[in-house]
Design a binder for this molecule. Structure first.
Ligand code: A2P
Length: 324
């Protein structure tokens, strides 16, 4: 069966299976990258309040839409409630702030960024104690926050709502209230999350893979802090050999692997050639044996990069999603 280019969501809306990730780019670089991405054919763009770049993304998107307002319907725009907004009474306020910065009339998908929470401090998305630990809000009521996010759909300004960074047990609890339109989690060759993928599939929740290329900038920053080693996914011999066999790049092999597992992915790049590469994925196919070789690269929990250890003390939150 052909690898689909879209997920079809409730009501028939289509989410492109390759989106453009925007974390960790300065405003100027981001605007240029988004222009390159639009020219290369990306229509799905992923941001978050916590990335502090919604205004820059909004500017680039609005320039592309221009006078032709029919263009908006071809975009799929995602943003997220930051951890400081994980209280039911704060959801609408944070949503409005994102909408104002994006300068769009609606978003296609609004996600709860994390199941854990920081204390709400106006003007500070990452509040810290004097000792450098995060000001954690331990009293989070996950389901109440989710119910409040679900209400955003009523106005039509969040066409779909979903979650990010939750584990399978949390996903089941959320589904008992209302099924999220999407689950965005870290998934790549070293962190394939087969159990979570199977569970989400059973629950009918589409998965979007973040850090599909191994998020080198984050891995390097964490390696410097912790001394832990993070293998470069693009340099794995199996990935390189398969890339050579198909006359493709390692990044294309990693993304194609994610697509053939039935997932979506949001690679990041600031380089026009690599931006193009990362969406040129539908003219080759990995064989069953290549898929098995890539499946064998999974390192389970050891392969996770974004474990939120950079938020000191966050693992004490009752909804912290990852096992040690
Ligand atoms: P660059 O912006 O210089 O292209 P992830 O999406 O997993 O977070 O990974 C993003 C990282 O991968 C960035 O460092 C980005 O660097 C790099 N990258 C993105 N696309 C490619 C590609 N096609 N080949 C090599 N590196 C890539």
């Amino acid at each position: 069966m052909a690898t689909p280019e879209y997920y079809t969501l409730e009501g028939g809306d289509r989410m492109p299976r390759i989106g453009f990730g925007t974390w960790q780019a300065s405003d100027e670089v981001l605007e240029r990258s988004v222009e390159a991405a639009l020219a290369a054919g990306y229509r799905h763009f992923d941001t978050a309040r916590a990335y502090e770049n919604e205004a820059a993304l909004g500017r680039a998107l609005r320039r592309w839409i221009g006078e032709d307002t029919t263009r908006r319907q071809h975009l799929f725009i995602v943003t997220k409630l930051p951890p400081g907004g994980n209280r039911p009474e704060l959801v609408a306020e944070y949503f409005e702030a994102s909408m104002k910065d994006l300068g769009l009339e609606y978003v296609d998908l609004y996600l709860m960024h994390t199941p854990f929470a920081f204390v709400h401090v106006p003007g500070d998305l990452h509040p810290k104690n004097p000792d450098g630990t995060m000001r954690v809000d331990h009293s989070t009521d996950l389901l109440s926050v989710w119910k409040s996010i679900c209400k955003l759909k009523e106005s039509g300004r969040a066409r779909h709502v979903g979650v990010s960074n939750v584990n399978a047990e949390q996903l089941r609890r959320l589904c008992a209230v209302q099924k999220p339109a999407c689950l965005q989690v870290e998934v790549h060759a070293l962190c394939q999350q087969p159990a979570l993928v199977a569970e989400a599939r059973e629950l009918g929740v589409p998965i979007v893979a973040y850090s599909p290329l191994g998020s080198k900038a984050l891995a390097d920053a964490l390696a410097e802090k912790t001394g832990r080693e993070y293998p470069d996914l693009l340099k794995l011999p199996i990935v390189q050999r398969i890339a050579q066999a198909h006359d493709r790049t390692p990044a294309q092999v990693l993304l194609r692997h994610t697509l053939q597992r039935g997932l979506a992915a949001i690679p990041k790049s600031t380089n026009p050639d690599r931006i193009k590469q990362n969406i040129t994925l539908w003219d080759f196919e990995l064989s069953a044996s290549e898929m098995s070789e890539l499946a064998a690269l999974d390192r389970g929990e050891q392969g996770r990069i974004c474990d939120f250890s950079f938020f000191l003390g966050i693992d004490k939150h009752p909804e912290f999603p990852f096992k040690k």
